[in-house]
Design a protein around this ligand. Structure first.
Ligand code: SF4
Ligand code: SF4
Length: 278
């Protein structure tokens, strides 16, 4: 059987929540046995769109991370379920059997991604099935992918090197969301937000005047990143690795070079960096 995959490009997600609404529309009060029982009106977010705020005022970024079940190859939900109530299909999708899983509340807490929800009325755990019922009927993609207006979600055949998803994966840097969980997710990501390092460069001799074109380098742990301040004196480094120490250097012709060590345990806003005449 063909291996099918979902690729989520966070850099393209606008946070419109169309995917979430399409998912609710597909599953609320609809029975797709043997893959899923009807979703209740409240409390289920099979396709969550997480909002992530980074930085501090005025250097702030807002990202949106669509987060369905990531259909792990090494899935704790499968490991904990009794009677094979959670299983992996040959195409890669992890399914909770709504009959066998009845009463098995432990399955909800087994998922480190927190994407399993308890249905009180039916006494079952529930989550994203990757629209297995639609795919079995010959549909090309899940509802969320169909509903996305920005191309942030790409679905398709991982075994076909010419499929859109395979080509996208060959071109981009592919990541796992929360690799530290160690569950080998099959849903992959592009552009998972990392640390933001930002600041503003000004000249001491012309107080208040922005220093456009200052060269800023961030160096450490085998990495060297470089940028220049813009016409407002602002600069930023996006996608910096977490929990590292770097040396940041600011230089501009005619001014004394400044440098400092920074740690990316959190986002870093250096505020105003004042350059003195050399
Ligand atoms: S993301 Fe959670 S629910 Fe989905 S397969 Fe992995 S452990 Fe199971
Ligand atoms: S529909 Fe697409 S753009 Fe909108 S929130 Fe979902 S993934 Fe993001």
């Amino acid at each position: 059987m063909t291996r099918l995959g979902l690729l989520i490009d966070v850099t393209k997600c606008s946070g419109c929540h169309n995917c979430f609404l399409a998912c609710r529309d597909e599953y609320y009060d609809n029975d797709y046995s043997p893959y899923s029982a009807p979703q209740p009106l409240d409390g289920q977010f099979w396709m969550q769109v997480k909002e992530v705020e980074r930085g501090s005022y005025p250097k702030v970024k807002l990202d949106y991370i669509p987060t369905p079940c990531v259909h792990c190859d090494d899935a704790p939900c499968i490991a904990i379920a009794a009677d094979n109530a959670v299983y992996k299909r040959e195409d890669g999708f992890v399914i909770i059997d709504p009959v066998k899983a009845k009463g098995q509340k432990d399955i909800v807490n087994s998922c480190p991604y927190r994407v399993i929800f308890w249905n009180k009325e039916l006494d079952i755990p529930q989550k994203c099935t990757m629209c297995a019922h639609r795919l079995d009927q010959g549909d090309r993609e899940p509802r969320c992918v169909e509903a996305c207006p920005t191309g942030a979600l790409t679905f398709g055949d991982l075994d076909d090197p010419n499929s859109t998803i395979s080509q996208y994966m060959a071109e981009k840097k592919i990541e796992d969301f929360h690799p530290e969980f160690g569950t080998k997710p099959t849903v992959k990501y592009v552009g998972v937000p990392k640390r933001l390092v930002a600041g503003e460069v000004v000249r001491a001799d012309k107080r208040g005047e922005c220093a456009e074109g200052a060269k800023i380098t961030l160096e450490g742990d085998g990495v060297k990143l470089e940028t220049a301040s813009d016409s407002y004196g602002d600069f930023e480094f996006e996608g910096v690795d977490k929990n590292k120490t770097y040396k940041l250097t600011v230089s501009l012709a005619g001014y004394a070079t400044l440098s400092c060590d920074i740690s990316t345990h959190t986002d870093v806003n250096l505020g105003e960096i004042v350059l003195e005449r050399a």
